[in-house]
Design a protein around this ligand. Sequence first.
Ligand code: PHE
Ligand code: CA
Ligand code: ZN
Ligand code: ZN
Ligand code: ZN
Length: 276
Amino acid sequence: APDIDVDRVLGHLADLESIAAAHGGNRAHGQPGYTASLDHIEGLLDAAGYETHREPFTSGGVTGWNLIAEWPHAAGDEVLMAGAHLDSVRAGAGINDNGSGSAAILEVALAVAEADLRPDKQLRFGWWGAEELGLVGSRAHVAGLSAAERERFSAYLNFDMIGSPNAGYFVYDDDAAIEALFSDWFAERGIVTEPAVEARNRSDHAPFLSAGITVGGLFTGAGYTMTAAQAAQWGGTAGLPFDPCYHRVCDTLANLDETALDLNTDALAYAIWELS
Ligand code: PHE
Ligand code: CA
Ligand code: ZN
Ligand code: ZN
Ligand code: ZN
């Protein structure tokens, strides 16, 4: 797998911050900042050779969309999917939550195109809408899969908050093999990971898990407080939340740990290459 250049991920985060600034300060469901975010990501994927489509759903009487991108050079029947929610809360631009996951899967998708990868599995990327209103987009997506389509999934990987400024290194523990793939990658770089207890069932992997699909993912922490033991392991400040700007207006470009964002994006690329 390639080493993803974190500056390119940060470039997309700057784009998302500008998009929020130009559209009332957020990228929330039903707001112009959400559709502008979709336009930006879809344009880059189309130019790179992805087959993209928007999947409509309704939340609160308002139409929203997921963006699905298929890499059209797959061989087998099995599907590997990575996803991230693209909507923010109304309070702000949502750069860590979840510009970080959105920009990371975008940059990995673009790296797949750049490498002209010919995977054994069908590779699919998804940007979910209205996660913040109760996983609405991802629930609609999974509800729309036939039993046969669900059975084709080898795994769904979720990325929601992977650049928290007081970062923890958390791996979803829903599937032991995927958990080990990630935790071994971090261990080789001297980082001890912990199970993502705070993330359990609280992001877009939950509908996939409920549908019997194998899931995994990475997370650097939200509102939970970093313990002294965790600060000793990872650096950072004990007694503060992993993300003090979680769901607040201060979730901007300044609200990131660039090292954590870089490592998590590189680990994501590794998982896509290994599992596809
Ligand atoms: N889903 C929640 C949010 O987006 C918090 C969360 C993030 C939970 C990542 C689990 C994993 O605000
Ligand atoms: Ca990197
Ligand atoms: Zn961009
Ligand atoms: Zn959130
Ligand atoms: Zn989130």
